[in-house]
Design a protein around this ligand. Sequence first.
Ligand code: MLT
Length: 257
Amino acid sequence: MADHAYEGRGTGGPPLILVHGFPLDRRMWRHQLAGLGELARVVAVDLPGFGGSPPPTATVFAVDILADALIDVADGLGFDRFALAGLSMGGYVALSVARRYPDRISRLALLDTRAEGDAPEAARGRLADAERIDAEGTGFFIERMREKWLSPRSLTGRPELVREVEEMARSVAAKSFAATLRGLAARRDERGMLSDIDVPTLVLCGADDQITPPGMMHGLAASIPGARFAKVPGGHFCPLESPDEVNAELAAFLTRP
Ligand code: MLT
């Protein structure tokens, strides 16, 4: 296995791989690592360029490259089939895995994410952000996004959580940050494959998510045969904000026939 970083809990039970959002890392799943180990062999990965994983050599981190890194981790751990949960960018990665390696996944959880690619204007905005990050670093981006990552309630009432999220974002090297934005701007529209997903699927959303709001996620669930849609309190990074509710949904997802 290449030197991808990951963290695991639980020795018995079926494997569950957790994939973080942008620009966080595996630490965003700390409550799920702590809470789901009894039910599953839980592994939270750091995608290339995040947390403890070195960046790939490419200057554009395409979503499919990130998905291949995840498969690499699964291969190294001997996971032939595994439940896969991805949040936002992690959801884009999970959909790439579902399209390209459908036989590897036994269950799919899509949290605070979307299947469509960037509209041309959004892609242009991302590329402009990447250029600016190359020139001046990531500070302006984090400043702009911080209000959108967590619910208004957490923003005012949980300064330690706001700090934790910001610190994770600041720990990403500017080069990786920009290369990932370029990859996200170029990602494909996965809507065409949603009706082919034939594993139990959970679509989960923070009720106050401003980036991928509940209405959008409800539409995503409606496009996947038999998918369950659920809302939990919190914003875009709801696994950090509402660990009990997210863990309860993931526990039910892991055990549902
Ligand atoms: C994320 O949380 O991963 C981002 O919101 C994804 C994106 O920028 O599209």
